[in-house]
Design a protein around this ligand. Structure first.
Ligand code: MTE
Ligand code: HPA
Ligand code: MOS
Length: 763
């Protein structure tokens, strides 16, 4: 309905990708028609996690019929360097290999089968060096990827002395494989002169463009990057898409032929980094009223062999180290540890979930010893307006208490607990329990510079509209939101608007589609561009109506000064064109009023925060160690959502991904640095049976925030952290079976761990 798009009340516009997705017509990278002369590239990766290459024998592989060329570090015309934040990551290992899965060579052949056949004939001899896979070991050896960081507020060390209760312990969280349905990949083809066009499955076009240019030793202007959509990114394609694009780009540029480089699932799994595992120490101090007076944590982030995005992820761990709690004295220390694993990277939440798990573990520890519900401690410490985060931002517009209180009311948590108690009375080997998880997540890239975006809008003279932004559609529905923004400014039917592919020649210097900020940043830029054209059209309409009144375009009808005119949208556009008025505009947006000073680790880095509270009920089978999530009930702060269906999808997807991380997804490397969970047979992700039987999401509708697009708050990452509640619900159910159980704060809490814990005793 046309009327729907004028309202900002969350009236749903169907996701514009839905029909294409369900009919298989949506175009992904590997669906692009193959150009004549296309070659296929396959990467040879190291089977040794640390060592020096003694010999690389390419003879046999070169002799294979149909092999066109084999590339190594020596064949790079520019720099053998693809690091995003720190220049510490070679495209091809050159003498030194630092992880299993690290690229050593690239075989380019007439077919993929020939490339694979040749790959098997390459002989590599590597002299092994000691392998480090554990971040604490790496730290002990001084192996760090970047400077350690400390966030400090008040004086934690002296505050502990005044606390009635002090608890300390350890917490750890595992890695997480992105498992985007579409693997990484790139398709590069040469254009005239020195040019290259690259179709990439990337969230970060600028990084791909810049990296390929750097590897080739040319300017960014020679490299055009185009993205139709991704079959999921989840952070895994924020930085790591650059490697595949560089491979395809290198071959296409030197051979002047189109080259495709798309890894198979198992290649993707072993060669790319995952969510950073963390090991952490905590100390928490409470006063007699259960106010947390002091909190200290030290985080050992497992970064892998190169920095990739780990330094920025480390920073977000610090930002979210106190989750949604107001704590007077805080001392957080974070180390990014260098190990011989594939470089770990962004994953939904970007270090935030890892930090939040630690404080939730600390609170749970305190509650367990004090014999109270963790929720009592959580509630006593929820953020209020005016309190200050450890990084100096003053809390404003906090919805922490509203979400919490509405969750308690709407879901009657006392009743849920009573139900569990009654169930546990009646069942000896099945136990149920509840856990509450409040979340507060900061919206903006933590690197202030990255909070900018641009858009390019053309109104064609038939009244149809072309929209380009820096936003990448990866399933999160951002294109639909962009379409809604444009249609609303122009007052036209959504079918007038085409959201174009994301392309570096139309929109330059993009920040990655990440940090949940894509719709905010690109939507604001788009709104600016559309309004500029609208202003020009309004002037034409006023002249036509001989009036100075305000112009309203609604349902494609033009009203001036409250009077209906004879102008429709398309007549107005045509008239403007005949008057030689420009029907194109660019918009640029930079989030105002944000800053962060790393020298003192203080500032106002976030445009706003998103809040919510989840209530999880779990049932544990105390004979088998298996479990089921009965229900997750959520009150979430959406602001004034512009698309309820899409935002609800984000909550459900994020929640289930968080549950997977906390309960079943177990990334396992052996001591030699070999990925054992290297396929879907050995790496378990949630399926439909793992989805909670009840997922009940309530919309906390508020005025939104002026820095959120149309007041519709960012929604991509925050819901992942509701999944943390599943760990604690399962833990509580174990303790309902065995009150003396020792349940380490070690996620994922797999059925094996549950079974061990059920029958354990506190030391
Ligand atoms: N949803 C889908 N379907 N696919 C994805 O890859 N990525 C998540 C989230 N939701 C993702 C997703 C991540 S990690 C982020 S940062 C945001 O979407 C990015 O998009 P946004 O900024 O538009 O929210
Ligand atoms: N979030 C996600 N991606 C990022 C960030 C961030 O804060 N900073 C740099 N890349
Ligand atoms: Mo999301 S981890 O910021 O791509």
């Amino acid at each position: 309905m046309i009327a729907a798009i004028h309202s900002n009340a969350g009236v749903t516009v169907a996701n514009i990708d839905a029909a294409g997705h369900v009919t298989g017509r949506s175009l992904y990278l590997d669906d692009l028609p193959v150009m004549e002369g296309t070659l296929f590239a396959k990467v040879l990766d190291s089977t040794v996690a640390h060592g020096t290459i003694r010999e690389l024998d390419l003879q046999g592989a070169r002799a294979v019929d149909g092999v066109v060329r084999i590339y190594t570090a020596a064949d790079i015309p520019g720099q053998n360097e693809i690091g995003g934040i720190i220049a510490d990551e070679p495209l091809f290992a050159d003498k030194l290999v630092q992880f299993q899965g690290q690229p050593i060579a690239l075989v380019v052949a007439e077919t993929e089968e020939i490339a694979a056949e040749a790959l098997a004939l390459i002989r590599v001899t590597i002299d092994p060096l000691p392998v480090v896979t554990d971040p604490r070991d790496a730290f002990a050896q001084g192996l760090l990827l970047c400077k350690s960081r400390v966030f400090q507020k008040g004086d934690a060390s002296s505050a502990f002395a005044r606390c009635s209760h002090v608890f300390e312990g350890r917490a750890e969280t595992g890695g997480q494989e992105h498992l985007y349905l579409e693997t990484q990949g790139a398709y590069a083809y040469p254009t005239e002169g020195q040019g290259l066009r690259i179709y990439s499955s990337t969230q970060g076009l600028r990084h791909v463009q810049e990296t390929v240019a750097h590897v080739l030793g040319v300017g960014m202007h020679q490299v055009e990057v185009d993205v139709t959509r991704l079959g999921g990114g989840f952070g895994g394609k924020e930085d790591q898409a650059a490697m595949w694009a560089s491979m395809a780009g290198l071959a296409a540029w030197t051979l002047r032929r189109p080259v495709k480089c798309i890894p198979h699932r198992m290649e993707d799994m072993r060669m790319t980094g995952k969510r950073n595992p963390y090991q952490s120490d905590y100390r928490i101090g409470l006063d007699a009223n259960l106010k947390i007076q002091a909190f200290e944590a030290t985080y050992f982030q497992n970064g892998g062999a190169s920095a990739d995005l780990s330094p920025a992820i480390l920073e977000r761990t610090l930002f979210h180290g106190t989750n949604t709690y107001d704590i007077r004295h805080v001392l957080l220390t974070a180390h990014s540890c260098k190990t011989n694993l594939p470089p770990n990277t962004a994953f939904r939440g970007f270090g935030g979930p890892q930090g939040m798990f630690v404080i939730e573990a600390a609170i749970d520890h305190a509650a367990t010893v004090l014999g109270i519900e963790a929720a009592v401690v959580q509630e006593a410490n929820l953020l209020r307006d005016g309190s200050e985060f450890a990084y100096g931002q003053v809390v404003a517009g906090s919805r922490a208490r509203e979400c919490w209180e509405q969750a308690f009311d709407a879901f009657d948590i006392e009743h849920l607990r009573a139900e569990c108690a009654a169930f546990n009375q009646a069942n000896r080997f099945l136990k149920k329990a509840v856990a509450v998880m409040p979340v507060c997540f900061g919206i903006s890239f933590t690197n202030t510079m990255m909070n900018q975006a641009r858009a390019l809008v053309h109104v064609y003279w038939d009244g149809s509209i072309s929209v380009s932004t820096g936003a990448v559609e990866m399933g999160q529905g951002v294109n639909t939101k962009m379409l809604q923004v444009a249609a609303a400014v122009f007052g036209v039917h959504p079918s007038r608007v085409k959201v174009e592919t994301t392309n570096t020649t139309r929109v330059a210097n993009t920040s990655p589609s990440a940090a949940s900020a894509t719709a905010d940043l690109n939507g604001k830029a788009l709104e600016i561009a559309c309004k500029e054209i609208r202003d020009r059209l309004d002037a034409v309409a006023r002249a036509h109506a001989n009036s100075t009144g305000p112009v309203v375009i609604s349902n494609e009808q033009v009203t001036v000064g409250g009077m209906q005119t004879d102008l429709t949208w398309s007549a107005l556009v045509k008239q403007a064109f005949f008057q030689r008025v420009s029907l194109s505009a660019k918009g640029h947006y930079a989030t105002p009023d944000i800053n962060f000073d790393k020298t003192i680790e203080k500032g106002h880095p976030f445009a706003y925060h998103v809040y919510g509270t989840s209530v999880t009920t779990a049932t544990v089978d105390c004979i088998r160690g298996t479990y089921m999530l009965d229900a997750v009930r959520i009150v979430h702060d959406f602001g004034t959502t512009i698309n309820k269906a899409i935002d609800l999808g984000q909550i459900e997807g994020g929640l289930v991904q968080g549950i997977g991380w906390m309960t079943m997804e177990e990334v396992v490397y052996n001591d030699a640095g070999r990925l054992l969970s290297n396929a879907l047979s050995t790496y378990k992700i949630p399926d439909i049976y793992s989805v909670p039987r009840i997922v009940d999401v309530r919309f906390l509708e508020t005025d939104g925030h002026e820095l959120a697009i149309k007041g519709s708050k960012a929604v991509g990452e925050p819901p992942l952290m509701y999944g943390i509640g599943s760990f604690f619900a399962i833990r509580n159910a174990i303790r309902a079976f065995n009150p003396a159980a020792s349940v380490p704060y070690s996620a994922p809490i797999t059925p094996e761990k549950v079974l061990m814990a059920l029958h354990s005793r506190k030391p």
